[in-house]
Design a protein around this ligand. Structure first.
Ligand code: FPP
Length: 236
């Protein structure tokens, strides 16, 4: 599907909380992992649609620092889905000039998934198309602590610290902040996602469960964004 979106005022960076996989599966009397597998298919669709629309960066929340509280079966299943995604999709993503960037505490992940993530990043490192940030073992507060520790280790004096210093030590360094946040699944909260970067993002929520999220709804949300007036704290 080629995007019919107006190319003026496109969001440069879209962040997405892919919520509702579990409830989608439950409504069908299926296990939660069935929902996550369906969610991976939606992820593939939305990555393609973002590339087609000329979006520069998307950040997908795949596994948070809090998601370790889920059952071992679900955690293992999600990690296996991540490994499968990196192995199976990297070829097509590479062909489509997509650059994969895994954000989060990679050291806290199992060896298999960490190696698969690093390989996918290495393979696609020189690509110049869509940047696909996949947030894995990611927490917004954890990311800020990581940035503060790095700054302190560099020996910066407290008086010298600026917003730019913090931004430059986040996992998203060098990237513009998200213009638009989309959350599916009916909840209206941030859940520790990109706390620093979302200071001026536009938020959009939908009740649709992530496995049911369709490209036309995605594009409608982008159109809605294009009609919003962003003031960044000014009066005009
Ligand atoms: C939230 O739904 C979803 C997640 C915690 C996982 C998202 C993962 C995918 C979409 C699969 C693709 C993943 C990778 C790693 C490439 P939920 O389980 O919280 O749903 P619920 O609120 O209905 O229970």
């Amino acid at each position: 599907m080629t995007s019919q979106l107006n190319k003026d005022n496109l969001p440069e960076h879209i962040a997405i909380i892919m919520d509702g996989n579990g409830r989608w599966a439950k409504a069908k009397n299926r296990p939660r992992l069935f929902g996550h597998n369906a969610g991976m298919k939606t992820l593939k669709k939305i990555v393609r649609a973002s590339s087609d629309a000329g979006i520069k960066i998307i950040t997908m929340y795949a596994f948070s620092t809090e998601n370790w509280k889920r059952s071992p079966e679900e955690v293992d299943g999600l990690m296996n889905i991540a490994v499968e995604y990196f192995h199976k999709e990297v070829g097509e993503l590479h062909e489509n000039n997509v650059k994969i960037n895994v954000i989060g505490n990679l050291n806290g992940l199992g060896k298999k998934v960490r190696e698969a993530a690093v390989k996918a990043m290495d393979t696609t490192a020189a690509n110049t198309g869509l940047v696909l940030n996949i947030a894995l073992n990611y927490g917004g507060r954890d990311e800020i602590i990581h940035a503060v520790k790095a700054l302190m280790a560099e020996g910066i004096s407290p008086e010298a610290v600026t917003e730019q210093h913090i931004s430059d030590h986040l996992y998203t360094k060098g990237q513009p902040d998200p213009d638009l946040l989309i959350r599916t699944g009916g909840e209206s909260r941030l859940s520790n996602f990109m706390l620093w970067q979302m200071a001026y993002s536009e938020f959009m929520f939908t009740d649709i469960y992530w496995p049911d999220f369709e490209v036309d709804v995605y594009y409608k949300m982008i159109e809605n964004y294009q009609n919003r007036n962003r003031r960044y704290g000014s009066a005009e």
